[in-house]
Design a protein around this ligand. Sequence first.
Ligand code: PMV
Length: 325
Amino acid sequence: MKVTAKAYTNIALIKYWGKRDETLNLPMNSSLSLTLDQFYTMTTVDFSEAYEADSFVLDGQTMTDEKLLPVRKFLNILRKEADSRLFGHVISENHVPISAGFASSASAYAALAAAGAKAIGLDYSMQELSRLARQGSGSASRSIYGGFVVWQKGERSDGLDSYSYPICQEQNQWPICFLAVEVSREIKTISSRVGMKRTVETSPFYLPWVNQVTEQMNQALAAIESRDFQQLGEVMEANALGMHGTMLGANPPFSYWNTGTIETMKRVTSLRQEGLIGYFTIDAGPNVKVLCQVADAQKMMNELQQLKEVQQVTLCQIGPGITYL
Ligand code: PMV
């Protein structure tokens, strides 16, 4: 059966940074995200006896070698779970700026998990899909759902309790949004996988950061519950700055920021002092995401677009979970 699924990216408000198991993508900490309505991946999968090998076409181009490998690895997981020996054909369209901190892996693996599971005949629940997507990329476990999503880290070594779930759907009616501020289109040199590993293994700042995540999660969840924008923004910013701080303590140290990242953060902070309220967060890349209220979005966009380092600002509102086409 040929199945097509679509999944949107998500932005973490409380970040996932550090794995306790590299193979299963089990995180050191729980995280919290918002699924967006702008950047997505659409993936079609089918398995057939007629195929003699797995194949993967991304944005019209046939992928080979190291570009094909992660997809083959994921299809191996599916084959194992479905007890199948069939090879698969995967066609993906990525509507995400790849490898510049817009977590294309989240939408990519969420769409691949959803389409792949169904195509191979697995009748999976959302929770099972989240667990499956996690094995492709941690953040993908959250993109199975729309709106605000928690990925609980779990305790088990087999990962069965490490999956995401959505927060009360009512909270998705809150008129807040993210502005995706693009300051670079360069491919990042340090993947999140490598960055996390180096940080966990070598940075003395890592434990203090990860130890405060539980408290920050509680603060963020309480802020969402009471729709306290300021509290949510403040804890989100503190969590991201702390995470990026851990990288400066790594050996060798590294940073995903460039001049545009810093200028954007400075401007968001000064605008706040001027009464236009927004809060920033940054992932494993130089681009910045600014959380603001929908009523302020246009004004904030106009201000940020004036920065010379800023190439593009995209307004992203709260988006849906996976859909089948
Ligand atoms: O899912 P990965 O392996 O691409 O890692 C994502 C890491 C961050 O984007 C930096 C944080 C997060 O929680 O999304």
